[in-house]
Design a protein around this ligand. Sequence first.
Ligand SMILES: [Zn+2]
Length: 238
Amino acid sequence: MACTDLRRSIVHFCVILMMVGFSGLGCESGASSSSTLPGPNFAGPVITSSTPPIPPPPPVASPEKTVSRFQLTDRSVPASWIPSSGVPRRDWKWIVIHHSATPDGGAARFDKAHKSKGWDELGYHFVIGNGTDTPDGMIEVGSRWPVQKHGAHAKTPDNRYNEYGIGICLVGNFDLTRPTEKQMASLIRLVTYLADEYRIPTTNILGHSMTGKSTDCPGKFMDIQALRAAVARQRKGR
Ligand SMILES: [Zn+2]
């Protein structure tokens, strides 16, 4: 009997406990309990990681990618690119690309070097600097161009590329280093203008070694096919 009374007492006690406990879950008490919650956070999630995320490395630009993505933004033509007034245009058929095969230089220095060989003057029509003698990507116009004089840069038995080829030299040795991005941008701009103006087919844009001459010029890092493609794309955009 005592055992039954004790069990009843325990059950009674538990019922009272439950009633007291549930009374704490009413609306009012619920309201009061929510007041203890932290306020809303409008500042966004808090990153608790102690190590900051490592940013990805910046993309490395290569002249090849620059050429393939190149878009002409400046189609203006410097006055020096236009032959002197009254001078008849030469019937240019090719554009021949060279490298200087030297780490540095510019039109003035090459002019001296060519004269020291007994040539009349600078053999190229244009020189594109690499930041040594002249600013990186700067286009110098040789003294032959305003008077539409033949070049002296790509000798062959019939001399056709000197007679009717526009000679462009980029400063640098492109067997060892790549042309700079600015040099390539200037080259595409100049070649696009010349090819359009003198109606030269894109396939007639040549590296010096493509004229039949046994030479490495303009070096393994000058990609003539990429240059042609870039120029063709600019021409289509006109
Ligand atoms: Zn050459």
